[in-house]
Design a protein around this ligand. Structure first.
Ligand code: PLP
Length: 407
């Protein structure tokens, strides 16, 4: 071991001691997926697989793009695809990035001009924080999660700074809580403070809304008809579309600006053609309406899950989306519940602090188009049983919070 390895080891040892160590795990074969972001079940879809293979056969190039978009990585293939995606989501222009992380960090690091202000929901994704950290914004102000009054309180302070742009950053479906943002209320607030549409700009991350909400899965912004009220939208291909990469939707000017300034796009080799082909096929399936019955099935199983689960008060997150959460107090408690369910053949993951705030640790449960009602019933029965069993490894404290007692 080098001295540096020893330093790293000491840091890891501290994390292990406070039960915050992160580990890579491989899901065992034959288990039931209640964890992945494959909301529509497209990752195992024969339909998508067949379309993809057919598309690959018809293409001249399928391997590496051989360079950054700015050098040799660009192609008519990706520009046509961007055009189609912009039309699908009813946007003026689209720009594809290698990942949602790159897209958010590229957007938020470059969009705010010197001295501008970013107001963000306290639960926005790490990639937004990454971008904000590098940005030239003079103020980065969090508001309480989806709390319109708190947003209003902050806006009252910043609106008098008339010459600065103000960006409001939200997600449509929050990745760890699963709740849907009050987007219409936020838009109404923006219109109230900026009736002439100057200076106040909404930026919306649709990572978990893509494919699941709106006609043909166009997302929440489309479902609410708010395309014109949002300055920039992010859709990831990595969740419901069973692909990788992401797109930023906005004006043609925004697209050109990002091509000139977004470092993750400029200084990284663009994704291979095979990835673009997969994205194209996933969009073709969405556009054909073939995923609509899956969206309907999702609604049914979400309702069934929520109707049948019996949990201590305050434990089930309020969510109408495929992302559900059972909040327990402490990393050990969520690991205990997740481990119990894993042993019964269900893949669910404990989400520990610091990924979520301390005391808000949860078992994240994702419902999918490929989950049957029977599978949902059997998961719910196991969760209910865990709380019913007298010798389960967690106990309720007097404050009705759950703490790990023995593992
Ligand atoms: C809300 C949100 N935005 C962005 C990302 C990043 O997307 P990607 O996984 O494509 O990098 C994620 C991924 O977890 C996410 O949940």
């Amino acid at each position: 071991m080098t001295p540096l390895d020893m330093q790293l080891e000491a840091t890891l040892a501290k994390r292990r001691k406070i039960a915050k160590i992160r580990r890579l795990v491989v899901n065992p074969e034959g288990t039931i997926d209640f964890s992945s972001n494959d909301f529509l079940g497209l990752a195992y879809s024969q339909l998508l697989r067949d379309e993809f293979l057919q598309e690959l056969h018809s293409m001249k190039y399928i391997l590496g793009s051989t360079g950054s978009r700015l050098l040799d990585g660009n192609s008519k293939y990706v520009e046509d695809l961007e055009h189609k995606i912009a039309q699908f989501h009813k946007a003026e222009a689209a720009l594809i990035f290698n990942s949602g992380f790159d897209a958010n960090s590229g957007l938020f690091s470059t969009l705010p001009q010197k001295g501008d202000i970013i107001i963000y929901d306290e639960l926005v994704h790490a990639s937004v924080h990454e971008g904000m950290r590098m940005s030239r914004a003079s103020h980065r102000l969090p508001f309480k999660h989806s709390d319109i009054d708190d947003l209003k309180r902050i806006l009252e302070k910043v609106v008098p700074m008339r010459d600065k742009n103000v960006f409001i950053a939200v997600e449509t479906v929050y990745s760890m809580d699963g709740d849907v943002a009050p987007l219409q209320d936020i838009v109404d607030l923006l219109k109230y403070y900026w009736p002439h549409r100057d200076n106040g700009y909404l930026v919306v991350d649709e990572a978990h809304g893509t494919g699941v909400y709106g006609k043909h899965g166009r997302g929440v912004v489309n479902q609410l008809g708010l395309e014109k009220d949002v300055f920039a939208r992010l859709h990831t291909f990595s969740k419901a579309l069973a692909s990788n990469g992401a797109v930023i939707l906005g004006s043609k000017t925004l697209r050109e600006y990002l091509i000139n300034y977004a470092r993750p796009l400029i200084y990284s080799t663009f994704m291979p053609y095979s990835s673009l082909a997969l994205i194209k096929c996933a969009y073709s399936i969405l556009g054909s309406g073939q995923t609509e019955p899956i969206q309907d099935h999702l609604k049914i199983i979400i309702q069934r899950f929520r109707d049948t689960i019996r949990l201590p008060v305050g434990t089930l997150l309020a969510s109408s989306s495929p992302i559900q959460g059972v909040v327990l107090n402490g990393n050990e408690a969520v690991r205990a519940l997740a481990g119990y369910l894993n042993r019964k053949g269900f893949i669910v993951k404990p989400i520990c602090s610091p990924t979520v705030p301390k005391g808000q640790e949860r078992v994240r449960i994702c419902l999918h188009g490929h989950n049957t009602l029977e599978q949902v019933d059997s998961l719910v029965a196991s969760i209910n049983m865990f709380f019913d069993e007298s010798d389960n490894p967690i106990v309720m404290s007097s404050e009705n919070t759950i703490v790990a007692s023995r593992l």
